[in-house]
Design a protein around this ligand. Structure first.
Ligand code: GLN
Length: 447
């Protein structure tokens, strides 16, 4: 499949018009989203997409300068606001919620003449790791149709894998960009905390969430990240990151011990060996204390912040009252979050989890004193098949290796690393907070 960067070249050389590109993507969606393979990755289309493409073609014809994304079709996770489109977070609670404004990332994409094609299916309110928690039906994995695509940015990753779009946006609280990217065989990049504005994101847990790119390759992720990143006065957590500059040193790749399917570990270690040999990089076995405490740290924070965030869905301001209209997993988090944030439990759960978060952050900082990057699998197991019953613990454990980067506020990416039983497997690289460009450049070598 053609990458976004290759498409831009074709458009520039006059070999492809924006209109042709958008019409082709819409035809792919028409063929396999609801019909054909029934991927069900997209909830709403932008009815003006073709018209918008024509406007850009007109500009090109008249030799008016166009933006860096001119004519590319972009699919957006349904929890990121796009003016006049529906962002319902795949929930009945917000079923008909039409956004009154553009999220900062969308504003930036539009400034660069990117075309929003539509809104992607997802786990309801981004709570989930399989794509099965949507109120509007499961999404299929285009790389392995009988298996889950991963989540919660299920529709965004599936759209890239199925050829429904050139680029996609997802959000990642504990793995929701990297996990589906890994299962669908595409690239998923979670930037450092604060590197991309969250203004206009309907977040799951504010201290963990980041918007990021899901793309066909790392270069495409760089293209989108360059546009959406940057400090924004509307997001108090947004921060400057280190500027882009070529890596000039020999990198040291840190390898901590983690639990995962041995076949996955084997695939990853072979790839690391190969890449390090080729680039004359070093590897180093490292220990990160309490690396196995990610899930226990992540969930209390997630539950409490989500509960607090959902108080605005009271049936008066937006949509329906959430408790009356949401699915099982969302309700579990509301009840759980309300319970553990009661005054009588003060200091027992949320506060403890915040202490553990600080501890893990320090452990990663320590590790990055002796290595440049850390490598582990993105997901410790293969995605399950539809209909397979899996326990809540197993479901939560899908994210044991991705939550770490959100907890430590660092940058992380999942890059396709091969297949096991015909199912894609992602290799995860992590870099210190703010070293996003170094991470991206190094990741290119793993493709
Ligand atoms: N699967 C995790 C959860 O359910 C992560 C979700 C996410 O990153 N949005 O919370």
């Amino acid at each position: 499949m053609v990458t976004a960067i290759e498409k831009i070249k074709l458009i520039k050389e006059g070999k492809l018009t924006c209109e042709q590109n958008i019409k082709q993507l819409l035809a792919n969606i028409e063929k396999d989203n609801q019909k054909g393979k029934k991927i069900n990755a997209i909830l709403h289309l932008n009815p003006r997409a073709v018209e918008e493409a024509r406007v850009i073609d007109e500009k090109i014809k008249k030799k008016v300068k166009v933006g860096k994304l001119a004519g590319l079709g972009i699919i957006v996770k349904s929890n990121i606001c796009v003016k006049n489109l529906i962002a319902n977070c795949a929930s009945k609670t917000l079923e008909n919620y039409k956004c009154p404004y553009d999220a900062r990332v969308i504003e930036k994409i539009k400034q660069e003449d990117g075309i929003i094609l539509g809104m992607a299916n997802m786990d309801e309110f981004a709570a989930g790791a399989s794509g099965e928690n949507s109120a509007f039906g499961i999404t299929k994995n285009p790389a392995s149709l009988e298996r889950i695509p991963g989540g919660s940015s299920s529709g965004s990753a599936a759209s890239v894998a199925a050829g429904f779009c050139d680029l996609a946006l997802g959000s990642d609280t504990g793995g929701s960009i990297r996990n589906p990217a890994s299962h669908c065989g595409v690239v998923g990049f979670k930037p450092s905390y604060g590197a991309v504005s969250r203004y206009g994101l309907i977040d799951l847990a504010m201290s963990l969430d980041q918007i990021g790119a899901i793309t066909r390759d790392v270069k495409d992720a760089e293209l989108l990240f360059e546009i959406i990143s940057g400090v924004d006065e509307k997001d108090a957590a947004s921060q400057e990151i280190k500027p882009k500059k070529p890596i000039q040193k020999k990198l040291i790749i840190g390898i901590p011990k983690v639990g995962a399917n041995p076949k996955i570990l084997n695939l990853i270690s072979k790839k690391v060996e190969e890449v390090c040999k080729k680039n004359k990089w070093d590897t180093k076995n490292i220990e990160i204390k309490n690396i196995d405490l990610g899930i226990q740290t992540y969930y209390p924070i997630n539950y409490v912040e989500f509960f607090s965030g959902t108080r605005k869905f009271d049936g008066r301001r937006f949509g329906l009252k959430i408790e009356d209209s949401c699915g099982k997993e969302v309700l579990r988090r509301i009840i759980g979050g309300s319970e553990i944030s009661q005054e009588e439990f003060a200091g027992r759960y949320y506060k403890k989890a915040l202490d553990a978060k600080k501890l893990l952050t320090e452990e990663f900082e320590k590790a990055f004193k002796s290595v440049d990057l850390i490598v582990i699998p993105a997901v410790p197991r293969l995605p399950h098949k539809f209909g397979e019953k899996i326990s809540l613990i197993d479901m939560y454990n899908y994210d044991t290796l991705t939550v770490l980067a959100n907890i430590a506020e660092i940058a992380a990416i999942s890059v396709p690393c091969g297949k096991i039983q015909d199912v894609p497997v992602g290799l995860q690289l992590m870099a210190p907070r703010g070293s996003d460009w170094m991470l991206l450049e190094a990741s290119e070598k793993f493709e």
